[in-house]
Design a protein around this ligand. Structure first.
Ligand SMILES: [Zn+2]
Length: 59
């Protein structure tokens, strides 16, 4: 099980802090900061990366 950035699919997430808000994660690649991360395996990373590329292709 890995923690995956919901925006770019990166797995290099820093745990910023924990507390009443829960854990806050900080993505090293796209600087996403939030409590929501995807918990998944390697194959999910590819799906997110491909989905991200498909979105950027739209005019
Ligand atoms: Zn990211």
């Amino acid at each position: 099980m890995k923690y995956i950035c919901p925006q770019c699919g990166n797995t290099e997430l820093y745990l910023e802090s924990g507390g009443i808000m829960g854990n806050i994660y900080h993505c090293k690649k796209c600087s996403y900061v939030g409590t929501f991360v995807i918990e998944g395996e390697e194959d999910m990373i590819k799906e997110i990366e491909e989905g991200h590329k498909a979105e950027t292709r739209k005019p």
